[in-house]
Design a protein around this ligand. Structure first.
Ligand code: FE2
Length: 364
């Protein structure tokens, strides 16, 4: 086996650039059960932005909005709407990570640097990936502060209760027609990832909403990045709709793992999070398709939770509607019971559900 030149311990944080981070942070606290833990902004000496750091189990979400109307953040939000800017990766050596990837062709976002405060130091470096999304390498073995130097601890007067969201399972990127293989190659060559799976339009096209997808994963399998591109269909692909409204490639969805999807989704629903719906006929022959499962069928059916099986086990999953007005970023909630795949058996039902939403928006 060849040595992994880019060992990654996991997702460090995901940063969204949003129109109003103050309000978005409350949405993710109230609706998704995240806890506010840290903040950076003018009160802490940061002049151009305000950032709220939210946490639930292993997931750290950073919500940033611009204070300066002419800043890069304001421009990003203007063009893309709310969306993921940074998929940060937790590494043991941020300098080596930058060096290994840039010498293999990655474009640098910023060179390795050390940031420090009274709680220690963090080394960071960053490279560009699809669209305007970046991967920031974070080396934090010498840091004891709440998040990163420059951030101060911050609590909300609202007490967030965890709803069982545990870690980032995978993050999916949408890229333009003909660009998927380029980005798969980027992850293979530049970051040492391996191609895990390929879905072509025979697997996943409905009458209209065709797409192609390939999944790449890092050495230890903790980081999984499916990459989608539109495929020719009768009408507009859901990926094209995303690209039109995001203004180019970007993160389509973040899948978050739970070990009790029924509890997690019932909490999300109670708090007003909207999900895609499949017809109740999906459940008529579900157990014939996936075999015996531990969960009762009725709550799954009531909540529109989908099930799929592969050689290693099964998984339960559900997709939110977009979490902003543009039909761009959404979330997946996933519970894995042995299965390591992505719910291929649900693609058709799911994409038909997406098409119904697309049609309502007048974008099909
Ligand atoms: Fe997914």
């Amino acid at each position: 086996m060849t040595e992994d030149f880019l060992p990654i311990n996991g997702t460090d944080y995901v940063e969204l650039y949003v129109g109003n981070a103050k309000q978005a942070s409350l949405f993710y606290q109230y609706a998704f059960g995240f806890e506010l833990i840290a903040y950076a902004g003018p009160e802490t000496g940061v002049k151009d932005r305000a950032s709220y750091v939210l946490k639930q189990d292993k997931i750290r979400l950073v919500l940033t909005s611009a204070l300066d109307p002419f800043s890069e953040i304001a421009d990003h939000v203007n063009r893309h709407g709310d969306g993921v800017k940074v998929l940060a990766l937790w590494v043991d050596d941020a300098e080596k990570s930058w060096w290994e990837t840039t010498t293999r062709g990655a474009e640098s976002e910023f060179k390795p640097k050390v940031v420090s405060d009274q709680f220690g130091e963090v080394k960071m470096s960053s490279i560009k990936t699809y669209g305007e999304t970046i991967h920031t390498f974070v080396e934090r073995k010498n840091y004891k502060g709440v998040f990163l130097p420059g951030y101060v601890p911050r609590k909300s007067t609202y007490t967030a209760e965890s709803i069982g969201l545990k870690y980032v399972d995978h993050c999916v990127g949408n890229v333009q027609l003909g660009e998927m293989d380029h980005w798969v190659e980027f992850y293979e060559k530049v970051m040492g990832f391996k191609l895990l799976l390929t879905f072509d339009d025979k697997d996943i096209s409905t009458e209209y909403s065709a797409l192609m997808s390939k999944v790449v994963s890092n050495g230890n399998g903790y980081i999984k990045f499916p990459i989608n591109e539109p495929a020719e269909g009768k009408k507009k692909s859901q990926i094209e709709e995303y690209l039109d409204f995001y203004g180019g490639p970007g993160v389509q969805h973040m899948a978050i793992a739970t070990d009790n999807i029924v509890h997690t989704v019932s909490e999300l629903r109670r708090r007003g999070v909207e999900f895609l719906e499949v017809p109740s006929s999906y459940y008529d022959d579900l157990l014939d398709r996936v075999g015996k499962i531990d969960e009762e069928l009725e709550p799954l059916k009531n909540m529109n939770i989908l099930v799929d099986r592969d050689e290693e086990g099964y998984l339960l999953q559900i997709f939110t509607k977009p979490v902003q007005d543009r039909p761009t970023l959404f979330f997946e909630i996933i519970q894995r019971k042995g299965a390591k795949s992505f719910g291929k058996g649900n693609f058709k039902a799911l994409f038909e559900a997406i098409e119904r939403e697309q049609a309502l928006r007048g974008n099909l």
